[in-house]
Design a protein around this ligand. Structure first.
Ligand SMILES: *[C@@H]1O[C@H](CO)[C@@H](O)[C@H](O)[C@H]1NC(C)=O
Ligand SMILES: *[C@@H]1O[C@H](CO)[C@@H](O)[C@H](O)[C@H]1NC(C)=O
Ligand SMILES: *[C@@H]1O[C@H](CO)[C@@H](O)[C@H](O)[C@H]1NC(C)=O
Ligand SMILES: *[C@@H]1O[C@H](CO)[C@@H](O)[C@H](O)[C@H]1NC(C)=O
Ligand SMILES: *[C@@H]1O[C@H](CO)[C@@H](O)[C@H](O)[C@H]1NC(C)=O
Length: 617
């Protein structure tokens, strides 16, 4: 038995023997959370205005990081440490996140006074771990907790919390586990490729020289299915934070390559970051010329070209209007019918009771004429003021721009109003029509609360010998307010998913009323669906009645995208067709006029337009 004095000495020795790897441990949360530890030894690898990072000896267990953030805003402490210093730090171990944020925790040690940080030998070097050489991120799943057939897109959402489960890490399997296992460590990302434009803080997503999935021809990563049939969450990308030395990163574009980036892995704002020691340097850029579709004009009464474009809060005086007009007239070569979303009323976002969009639509049609010589006329149904969501006062709505030399609205029914519901009718000559053309689907149904109602129309070609076809222009409820893909809630919260599913169900039911009268009816449904078809639960109501044109045209999975957000390129905009059209030739192209831009500010809209050429007889 030890004497009391020796026992005390032994416990001091134990306390002072706490290492960074002891503090990090193999799980999401530190075994020392809430405890005060003394004399943790490490070498300073990086500094910020709110602390610095230290790195100690590694252990052979890949689950355990040997880096740690020292949180302090004390200038006395910050002024006395420099990169390369050997230091001992005492302080409290916190798992920190902004209260109520739903982020993962970041592990930190917080010294309580200047004497808690003691500087020893200077000029030490820490060799960064080279990602892609020493360790590579997994490429499919973010978390073991993303259970369900649609992986991280499964419903119900938020069935468990990473930080409550506090699992031991599986860094070769799951992205959150991988990045957590490197938390606080100095790493190098070799030959990074950019996968998104920078955010408002100048931060941007990259993958390095390591295996990736979903790589598209631009160099971005597209959200696709994994080999196991589950949506792939692209955990192999990481966000590059603001440079720690106060320099500024350049603006970035999808597909650009940078020189190697060295920095520390850090958890903040709902994501795992690499915080670069200094501003990354651009190595190469792809072409920024806006592509032009190679889909040619329709010919004859049996062909129609359909464009689809969310033009992002377009007001009559929007600076982006001439550019978007050029996209429609020139880059899409003036499709016969454009499904447009986000036309604002004639007073733009001014919340003054104006709901008609005549000025906005006329300004757009004139600009398309100026840009390309293509003549469009247009039709919409103004919403009830401030009842369809979007920017307050903007009254965004779907509009059809169409070429009066090629197509016309079929039949003699009147145009619907905001609260009237259209229905399928059989006209005196036996052809199917609409009681209101165009009209809205069941606009007072709660599925459409604070959201855009579908705009349904029935058309016929101007040329003799064609057939009628129905179109449904959609702008489903937005995702705004969901949780980060790298956040605590698993599966992540997909805001609006219940309402979006109800909206798809309503649209499917309407399509069924057409098909009940004629199973060979030509029906084209689409627009900004604010959802990926990989969230299969949302689109399940379409399963037996509509097929996406991308599938019919065999567009490679990695080229199916119209948007870029956080980690990846993704498809929010879709066109679906009934079996009559699906059985004939289908061409489609997503024309990346905006995702191929040189800067985020050079874009005409946040979405890319698409064009399809379809046979209606
Ligand atoms: C998390 O797991 C670690 C390692 O198993 C354990 O030491 C720690 O106490 C756990 N923390 C919480 C809050 O569950
Ligand atoms: C997720 O569920 C937890 C309860 O398990 C709850 O506290 C939290 O607010 C939920 N998060 C979101 C974003 O709904
Ligand atoms: C258009 O170009 C793409 C490649 O960008 C090609 O795959 C496709 O076959 C072309 N389509 C037509 C109609 O020429
Ligand atoms: C458009 O007009 C509105 C209202 O007159 C004004 O507030 C806004 O600044 C204008 N926008 C541009 C881009 O000129
Ligand atoms: C907008 O145009 C429609 C159709 O031409 C017309 O009926 C309506 O009076 C116009 N509204 C305004 C406010 O000019």
């Amino acid at each position: 038995m030890l004497s009391p004095v020796l026992a005390l000495a032994a416990s001091f020795a134990l306390a002072s023997a706490v290492t960074i790897t002891d503090i990090q441990g193999p799980a999401f949360r530190s075994p020392f959370e809430g405890k005060t530890v003394t004399d943790v030894v490490g070498i300073v690898t990086a500094k910020s205005t709110s602390g610095f990072w230290i790195q100690g000896d590694a252990v052979s267990d890949d689950r355990v990081s040997n880096g740690l953030n020292v949180f302090t805003t004390s200038t006395t402490i910050l002024d006395k440490v420099a990169i390369g210093d050997s230091v001992t730090v005492s302080g409290k171990i916190n798992e920190f996140r902004t209260t109520g944020s739903g982020d993962l925790f970041g592990t930190e040690i917080e010294p309580s006074s200047s004497s808690d940080v003691v500087v020893g030998k200077k000029g030490n070097t820490v060799t960064p771990l080279v990602l892609g050489v020493d360790r590579s991120p997994p490429t499919q799943s973010l978390s073991a907790l993303d259970v369900g057939p649609d992986g991280f897109l499964s419903v119900p959402n938020n069935q468990s919390l990473v930080e409550s489960v506090n699992a031991t890490l599986q860094p070769t399997e799951f992205g959150l586990d991988f990045w957590e296992s490197l938390e606080g460590q100095l790493v190098t990302v070799k030959s990074p490729t950019v996968t998104d434009f920078e955010n408002d803080f100048g931060e941007f997503w990259v993958y390095g020289d390591w295996p990736v999935t979903g790589q598209n021809s631009r160099g971005g990563l597209t959200m696709i299915f994994g080999p196991n049939g589950v949506p792939d969450a692209n955990p192999e990308v990481v966000i590059i934070g603001q440079p720690l030395d106060g320099t500024k990163s350049p603006q970035v574009a999808v597909g650009q390559k940078f020189e190697d980036i060295t920095g520390v892995v850090f958890q903040q704002f709902g994501f795992f970051y690499v915080m670069p020691l200094t501003a990354p340097k651009l190595a190469s850029s792809p072409s920024f010329v806006a592509p032009v579709t190679n889909i040619t004009a329709s010919s004859g009464a049996c062909q129609v070209t359909i464009g689809d474009y969310n033009i992002d809060n377009m007001a009559p005086n929007s600076t982006t209007l001439p550019q978007v007009a050029g996209h429609i007239g020139t880059n899409l070569k003036g499709p016969d019918i454009m499904f447009v979303q986000e036309i604002q009323d004639s007073s733009g976002p001014t919340d003054n009771g104006v709901v008609d969009a005549n000025l906005t639509m006329q300004t757009m049609a004139s600009a398309i004429m100026t840009a390309s010589g293509v003549e469009y006329t247009f039709i919409d149904i103004p919403p009830v003021n401030d009842q369809d969501g979007g920017e307050p006062g903007g009254n965004i709505r779907q509009v059809y721009f169409y070429r009066p030399d090629i197509v016309k609205l079929a039949g003699t029914s009147p145009v619907g109003t905001a609260l009237e519901s259209t229905s399928v009718i059989t006209e005196s000559d036996g052809s199917l029509g609409l009681s209101l053309n165009p009209g809205r689907i069941d606009p007072t149904n709660s599925a459409w609360d604070d959201s855009r109602k579908p705009l349904v129309a029935v058309w016929e070609p101007v040329a003799e010998g064609g057939e009628r076809f129905f179109t449904i222009n959609l702008h489903l409820i937005a995702k705004t307010g969901g949780t980060s893909f790298e956040g605590d809630s698993r599966p992540p919260v997909n805001e609006g998913i219940q309402q979006r599913t109800a909206q798809v169900t309503e649209v499917a039911n309407f399509v069924k009323t057409i098909l009940a009268k004629n199973e060979n009816a030509n029906i084209i449904v689409g627009g900004d669906c604010n959802e990926f078809t990989m969230t299969r639960s949302v689109f399940a109501p379409f399963d037996d009645i509509l097929t996406e044109v991308d599938v019919l045209a065999n567009i490679p999975d990695v080229e199916r995208y119209t948007y870029v957000f956080d980690q990846q390129n993704e498809q929010l905009d879709h066109l679906f067709v009934s079996s009559a059209i699906a059985g004939r030739t289908v061409q489609v192209q997503h024309v990346h006029v905006n995702q191929f831009a040189e800067t985020i500010d050079d874009r005409g809209s946040d979405h890319d337009p698409s064009i399809a050429k379809l046979e209606i007889c």
